[in-house]
Design a protein around this ligand. Structure first.
Ligand code: NAP
Length: 308
């Protein structure tokens, strides 16, 4: 007769079942690029009981081992561990060079490649063109970073495109297990094509980064009378300050929609300035010449423009 559920049981059944469940859901994930964002992601991945292995250009072995992650300076050794998932978290600018240098022949034929680059069409094409046909491809963009996601990932957007997941139960379930990390953290899961992502992201993310950088150069400072709007601007600078220039430059160079957005931003700034100076000019002329002169001046202007 059991008097208390956990008391003096020779075998903790619940814990056993739980650990079996965790093991069956656990993925062996190889992180390529253990920089700012790779480290940030890995901390949460570990709480989901996945096994993490890492490789990067720089030797991050002591940091990795402090987190419980095995670091492999040589990607050959890493790939001989036969990870289920290879996650690319390299800078946008270096991804092509890194991918082409990886010893893909050491991986299992059934491997899932995932990227988390902040642009999507570029890695999509790169992976399709350079990976063996047997590899699955999932392109993702967690639209948050070490600053904006430091408290929680709940409600933050996670964009993904299942570019190539072969129709086999274990492949489909592996992809879902990977997506579950973000789902279970409460991310807002948005499935969309890579090209759609790039269109939206140029108008939102690239503009956000640009404004953050402009305002940082401008030198925003906190004051005792900050308004809510001003606090938001300070937050914007704070959110983008930690990101590398490589990341920002990658958003510009590897998203074909970014240049147009930069030009629109420039134009909008000029228009706002023109509106201000135009108004100032009118007031100033009124003061100089009075109402009659002002009417004559605008009358002439209209006639000059061919107006009736
Ligand atoms: P990043 O400057 O874009 O990338 C840094 C990573 O790229 C480091 O792991 C670095 O290796 C590696 N790297 C840079 N140049 C390299 C080269 N020539 N050869 C080999 N490796 C090189 O900064 P990040 O913030 O960590 O971003 C990583 C990726 O995540 C990027 O693709 C970015 O678009 C994406 N992402 C970032 C955020 C964010 O908020 N930060 C959010 C979503 C997505 P070492 O450190 O070992 O030298």
């Amino acid at each position: 007769r059991i008097l208390s559920l956990d008391a003096a049981q020779p075998f903790d059944y619940e814990t056993h079942i739980k650990s079996q469940h965790q093991k069956s859901n656990s993925l062996k994930i190889a992180l390529i690029g253990f920089g700012n964002f790779g480290q940030f992601l890995s901390k949460t991945f570990l709480t989901h009981h996945h096994t993490l292995l890492a490789h990067s250009r720089t030797d991050h072995s002591s940091l990795a081992s402090s987190l419980g992650i095995r670091f492999y300076p040589d990607p050959n050794d890493l790939f001989e561990q036969h990870p289920d998932v290879v996650l690319l978290s390299t800078s946008i600018l270096s991804t092509q060079q890194v991918l082409l240098s990886l010893p893909l022949q050491r991986l299992k034929r059934n491997t899932l490649f995932v990227d988390v680059l902040s642009v999507k069409e570029f890695p999509r094409n790169l992976l399709i063109n350079n990976l063996p046909h047997e590899f699955d491809i999932l392109c993702t963009h967690p639209m948050f970073g070490p600053e904006s996601g430091k408290e929680s990932w709940a409600g933050l957007p996670f964009v993904y495109d299942k570019v190539r997941i072969l129709d086999e139960d274990d492949r489909v379930s592996r992809c879902e297990k990977f997506l579950d990390i973000f789902r279970n953290e409460g991310c807002r899961m948005v499935e969309m094509s890579c090209s759609e992502h790039d269109k939206y992201a140029a108008g939102s993310q690239f503009v956000t980064h640009t404004m953050g950088r402009v305002l940082e150069r401008f030198g925003l400072e906190s004051s005792p009378i900050n308004t809510k709007g001003y606090e938001r601007l300070l937050d914007l600078v704070e959110n983008t300050r930690g990101d590398s220039f490589d990341l920002y430059y990658g958003l510009f160079m590897y998203n074909r929609n970014a240049l147009e957005q930069l030009e629109r931003l420039d134009l909008a700034f000029e228009e706002v300035k023109k509106e201000l100076f135009g108004q100032l000019h009118r007031v100033y002329r009124k003061q100089l010449f009075g109402d009659t002169e002002e009417e004559k001046y605008f009358g002439q202007k209209l006639l000059g423009n061919g107006a009736p």
